[in-house]
Design a protein around this ligand. Sequence first.
Ligand code: UFG
Length: 337
Amino acid sequence: MSILVTGGLGYIGSHTVVELIQAGFSVHIVDDLSNTEEGVLDRILQITGTKPGFTRLDLKSESDLERLFEGHVFEGVIHFAASKSVGESATDPLLYYQNNILGLVNLIACMKKHGVPNIVFSSSCTVYGQPDVLPVTEQTPIKPAESPYGNTKKIGEDILRDSSRAYEGIHSIALRYFNPIGAHSSALIGEKPKGVPNNLMPYLMQVATGVREKLSVFGDDYDTPDGTAVRDYIHVVDLAKAHVIAVQRQLNKKQKTAYEYFNLGSGSGYSVLEIIQSFEKINGVKVNHEITARRAGDIEKIYADNTYATEELGWTAQLSLDDMMSSAWNWQLKLKD
Ligand code: UFG
């Protein structure tokens, strides 16, 4: 069974490729290497004993994509390839609509033409905005996006739903990730942001290693127990495993409707200060930090209700916050070498 993984050398993509190979799938990766490096292929080989197929390719190029689909037979696609910086999307929205929307449209057009029936899509809890009621179920209303990035996730879901409705044989599953952190237990793959990190964990760890001086905690006047914002952090390996289950659901023709969507979180909310404390405790390292102003566009608190994913996919998060903190740190220490 051959699965095409777009963005398969990125953070979540590489962890998913490992789980797919370990579950017995044959994997072909496409990646434009805009936010990762080809060396990740060797890391995947070291972990799994198998080097997946790889084509350097930009999904915006219809002709390159067409050539790929002419040369391979895929049973399904997992689509990670996308730009993901909320701030950058506000300053360059067209880049986000081109990379995230055009890429997806080209991909589904090729799937349709070549009879590839299944796609799993990286969506985000960002589609819920700040929900009125917590925890968030799949019935929680979708809100207008705060950023062009968030909008590309919402539109991406619309494209899947409409395509699965209109084109017989195209089955799609959107996975709405909460906040993925952590790294593979081998410490051979993990998150490696280019430039100054935007997200909490990579920034926190660069402070812990001394690369950056101080972590800014964005706001302590939220309506949360300690005033800092609350998120649902999920181990990237748990997230990767959910993708394998989603692919198997498609191949076994178990989808209830041609388009489905699931929340993927741990079900627990942690504040920014709780994350810092937990990191310091488990790893025995201090994280220099100070409270600063709120970050524009941030929501106050969000965490998932996992009932639907548990019932339908038989999936729940297995790894603890301690696992997330220690595996992330082990990876960061290896990165430094
Ligand atoms: N934070 C800080 N300091 C930092 C970075 C982050 O205090 O230097 C805080 C944020 O304010 C937030 C929490 O840490 O409260 C988590 O922030 P991240 O940037 O790590 O993650 P977000 O929840 O903002 O972003 C996630 C995904 C995005 C998605 C977004 C939607 O990473 O892909 O949710 O809100 F679009």
